[in-house]
Design a protein around this ligand. Sequence first.
Ligand code: MD3
Ligand code: FE
Length: 203
Amino acid sequence: MIELAPGLLYRPGFFDRAAQEALVADLRTAVRLAPLFTPRMPRTGKPFSVRMTNCGELGWVSDETRGYRYQATHPVTGEPWAPIPDLAMKAWKTGGFHAPPQACLVNFYDAKARMGLHQDRDEKALDAPVVSISLGDACLFRFGSTSRGGPTKSIRLESGDLVVIGGASRLCFHGVDRIYPGTSTLLAEAGRINLTLRRVDTP
Ligand code: MD3
Ligand code: FE
């Protein structure tokens, strides 16, 4: 584990190739049950460039009228989310939190997708870490401090890497500046998948 900042732990190569392939197979099943949707910004309705789905009892969704929230059902189909894959549960355990995750947000980035700097603060359980798994093409990940406009650092995340965000870093601003298409052979198509495991309610 490499500590990038207090509470921000980076574990390159946590999942080997075989585990990455098994996780992608689980995600294909999850996406069949709960298809990728395009979230929209609250108020403006501007679409995200990232498409998403979720696994777990709760999923993170966003639209123009109701904003950011967690809910038990898919925003388009109304069906429950697929269960969190066992391999993702294994990653959660590295965070050392005493209660299980409730949501596993699955972000799909095509070659052009990005995610602007933001904080993850829609969870009530802010003492629980967020655990992130990267699959497919590499990306340039940026993180800063808990105030917008402060200094930032960038690292390249590769397929199989794990990031655990907790403690003093839990409310850091972070985002994805770019995808490096063609840097992984894991997925048939260009793009990157990121899983974030989250505890939403205080246990
Ligand atoms: C650092 N996803 O879904 S995961 C998100 O790669 C999100 O898709 C990014 O940000 C992605 O909300 C980054 C790594 C991550 C997650 C939460 C953090 C890093 C973080 C919270 C604070 C600081
Ligand atoms: Fe985030």
